[in-house]
Design a protein around this ligand. Structure first.
Ligand SMILES: Nc1nc2c(ncn2[C@@H]2O[C@H](COP(=O)(O)OP(=O)(O)OP(=O)(O)O)[C@@H](O)[C@H]2O)c(=O)[nH]1
Ligand SMILES: [Mg+2]
Ligand SMILES: [Zn+2]
Length: 347
């Protein structure tokens, strides 16, 4: 028997009568695997059900022949959403009801010396902040970099203000208990990061048994082989739940872009002191952001990354939000009308 607390259930929403509570562990074509009080259960999708995602709290309805149907998806407390990438502009909910998102990045690429990709960390942090969960950065494979780890952590911290950054090694066990400290009965964490970063190896280290398949990265370029292909929710014996995800090739920003403000609090704070309220931090006089770069307090890379992600967020918004575009067009019309009036009324 699995208690509902163990599954992270603290829902106050009542299920329709006759339905039994469960949590989605895996979604596949036409159905899902859920964790119910009696254990793992294969379920079918009921008619008119919105597609559930890993982490959803759901209601099950019994069918003849011991089959079960997923009949209700309860409202999501938090949702990890990936924006559409080039071809498919659809956003996708990756996981829901997550408390902590571990942004996983290798502290070194095996077979090739390379430092953590700060731009990728910032992009994943935007996704994490936007989800409503608390982000934490994990630098894996600390055993491979030796004494350089201190310097690497310090560097990553400049890309993650207000976020805990930990160096860990699933191989030696260093820092694994620190990671476990963010969990506990009923708390749900999710791992996101590139293929080969060691996400599944960490899940295995946390669970004490090899629940997930792992695979060596390619020696030629240190990249992963996309070993994990499904998102999956796992209950840990030590308490807590963890969602392993496949290393995503491309992560587009979701519409909204509110997450970016949380990722770049250092720049947003500095901008308060710019002389002009609408300072673009390019070449304006009295720009506190440019001054911070000149003083060496803010890395130029960080400002470049901020501009890049802002541009992308704006592009996403203008592409997907037709209403926003209409609104903008209307505003311009009004402005032009006002301007014409002003010109007409000139003495
Ligand atoms: N030296 C060292 N190697 C590690 C560590 N953690 C993981 N690895 C190795 O890194 C490789 C990739 O690990 P995985 O756990 O499969 O990576 P993943 O992030 O799950 O990759 P995908 O499932 O493809 O997204 C494996 O060969 C692991 O043994 C570590 O702490 N130290
Ligand atoms: Mg994996
Ligand atoms: Zn400025």
């Amino acid at each position: 028997m699995t208690s509902l607390d163990t599954l992270g259930w603290h829902e106050t929403t009542e299920l329709p009568s006759g339905q039994l509570p469960a949590r989605v562990s895996r979604v596949h074509k036409g159905g899902a695997v859920v964790l119910a009080e009696w254990g793992e259960q294969q379920v079918e999708f009921g008619p008119h059900i919105e597609l559930p995602c890993v982490g959803d709290f759901v209601g099950l309805r019994g069918l003849p022949d011991n089959r079960w149907e997923l009949a209700t998806v309860l409202p999501r407390r938090t949702a990890m959403v990936r924006g559409g990438v080039a071809q498919d502009s659809l956003t996708q909910v990756l996981a829901s009801n997550v408390d902590v998102i571990f942004v996983v990045e290798p502290s070194s690429l095996e077979g090739r010396r390379g430092d953590p990709n700060l731009g990728r960390i910032e992009r994943l942090l935007a996704l994490a902040w936007e989800s409503g969960a608390m982000p934490v950065v994990l630098l894996t494979k600390s055993d491979l970099v030796g004494a350089r780890i201190g310097e690497i952590v310090a560097d990553v911290m400049t890309a993650a203000p207000g976020v805990d950054v930990h160096a860990i090694s699933s191989l030696t066990g260093d820092g694994v208990d620190t990671v476990a400290g963010y969990l506990g009965v009923g708390r749900t964490a999710a791992l996101i990061g590139p293929s080969g970063a060691g996400k599944s190896t960490l899940v295995n280290a946390l669970s004490g048994v090899d629940v997930m398949e792992t695979q060596q990265v390619r020696a030629s370029d240190g990249r992963g082989r996309h070993t994990t292909v499904h998102r999956e929710l796992i209950v840990l014996d030590r308490g807590g739940l963890i969602i392993d995800t496949p290393g995503l090739r491309r992560i587009g920003l979701a519409e909204g872009g509110e997450g970016l403000e949380s990722v770049f609090t250092d720049i947003e704070d500095l901008a308060q002191d710019c002389r002009f309220d609408d300072c673009a931090h390019r070449s304006e006089p009295g720009c506190a952001v440019i001054e911070a770069i000149e003083r060496g307090d803010l890395p130029q890379r960080r400002l470049d990354s901020y501009f890049k992600l802002l541009r992308e967020a704006e592009w996403v918004a203008s592409r997907t939000d037709w209403r926003l575009r209409q609104e903008r067009a209307r505003q311009w019309k009004t402005i032009h009308k006002e301007m014409r009036k002003v010109y007409r009324n000139r003495p």
